[in-house]
Design a protein around this ligand. Structure first.
Ligand SMILES: Cc1cc2nc3c(=O)[nH]c(=O)nc-3n(C[C@H](O)[C@H](O)[C@H](O)COP(=O)(O)OP(=O)(O)OC[C@H]3O[C@@H](n4cnc5c(N)ncnc54)[C@H](O)[C@@H]3O)c2cc1C
Ligand SMILES: NC(=O)c1ccc[n+]([C@@H]2O[C@H](COP(=O)([O-])OP(=O)(O)OC[C@H]3O[C@@H](n4cnc5c(N)ncnc54)[C@H](OP(=O)(O)O)[C@@H]3O)[C@@H](O)[C@H]2O)c1
Length: 280
């Protein structure tokens, strides 16, 4: 028997035909405690399958301090066949019922301590490919609300400019960091991977897939290093990645020669500087 909460969709923001922000609230209004970077399952009755319950995992874009709702950013999977759960969610309305599992997952929890137990004060670099930005919305809001003074950099990759789902929010957080130096240190940059397509004609920011922020440029420094003003090393930077395996492999390929090891393949002394969650 799966522990599950009956819940209602309370807010739908359709960003484009196949990308949506959903807010979901348990029927009793109580948001259970969870950790920033976790995910949970959303279950729906699939009409085409005699109303069988089908569940899928979705990253929590909301942070634990937000006791009003769970938030998700979800892609409607349509190829080669319409996805079972996303199709139901994209036909749902505010007020409709869904079923939530309990928040879970340890791959993207924020490190508070180093392997030797001392506080982890390294810069936090978040890399989100597409809807893989979800956990990092939670990261940014949690670190902000907790008054965390570490430097935070959020990098988001998308094919099209209208898929930069939280651009306005992240830009606001960066403006705020200019107003509160020493207290809040936040940077946001996006990468558009199809810059030649007409819909992206106004884009003047970084181009290429998001992992190219880590690729050394002519002077040897990567665009990320230009942004933060120094070489990134495992001693000064902790990297979190959520996206396609290609995004994860791309980032690791650029930084492993600098000595960055992953949590799943730590160094002999137990240290690491990369955590990731793959789209699977
Ligand atoms: C930890 C975790 C977190 C996640 N977080 C998010 C998130 O934040 N946002 C998000 O959008 N997604 C997220 N996902 C992905 C999500 O769990 C689902 O996998 C996704 O939404 C698709 O579910 P679906 O039921 O709509 O598609 P499914 O029905 O499972 O279909 C999946 C794929 O298989 C194809 N397919 C289905 N049936 C067939 C068939 N008979 N023959 C050939 N192909 C077929 C479909 O076309 C589709 O491409 C996450 C996954 C994990 C593991
Ligand atoms: N934690 C998870 O497991 C998780 C979280 C979120 C979403 N998902 C699932 O992942 C799927 C796709 O996500 P999405 O729609 O958000 O992505 P998307 O919008 O299709 O792509 C996002 C970015 O990733 C690039 N990309 C595409 N394929 C890639 C690859 N193989 N390697 C590296 N980069 C690649 C794209 O570049 P191009 O423009 O060049 O294609 C684009 O810049 C959906 O099915 C979603 O449900 C899983």
């Amino acid at each position: 028997m799966v522990a599950e909460i009956k819940a209602k969709i309370t807010y739908i923001e359709l960003l484009r035909e196949d990308l949506v922000i959903l807010r979901i609230v348990p029927e009793d209004g109580a948001i259970p405690a969870y950790k920033t970077g976790q995910f949970l399952t959303v279950g729906v009755h699939v009409a085409a399958e005699n109303h069988k319950m089908v569940r899928r995992a979705y990253s929590l874009a909301s942070h634990p301090e937000n006791k009003r709702y769970f938030e998700f950013v979800i892609r409607w999977v349509r190829k080669p066949l319409p996805g079972r759960v996303t199709t139901e969610l994209f036909y749902a309305s505010e007020g409709d019922t869904v079923y939530l599992g309990m928040p879970t997952g340890n791959d993207l929890l924020i490190n508070e301590a180093l392997h030797d137990g001392s506080p982890d004060g390294r810069r936090i670099v978040c890399v989100g490919g597409g809807t893989g930005i979800a956990p990092f919305v939670a990261f940014a809001n949690h670190l902000h609300d907790a008054g965390d003074r570490r430097e935070v950099v959020v990098l988001h990759g998308a094919s099209y400019v209208d898929e930069l789902s939280y651009k306005e929010h992240f830009t606001g957080l960066e403006y705020e960091s200019a107003e509160r130096p020493g207290e809040w240190n936040f940077k946001y940059r996006a990468a558009i991977s199809r810059p030649k397509e007409k819909f992206n004609r106004t884009w003047t920011g970084h181009t290429g897939r998001v992992e190219s922020f880590f690729k050394p440029g002519k002077g040897g420094r990567s665009p990320l290093e230009e942004l933060v003003g120094e070489e990134i090393t495992p001693d000064n930077t902790m990297i979190y990645i959520c996206g396609y395996q290609g995004t994860i492999d791309g980032v690791i390929g650029h930084v492993e020669k600098k000595g960055f090891a992953t949590m799943r393949d730590k160094k002999d002394d137990g240290s690491y500087a990369i955590k990731y969650e793959s789209y699977g």
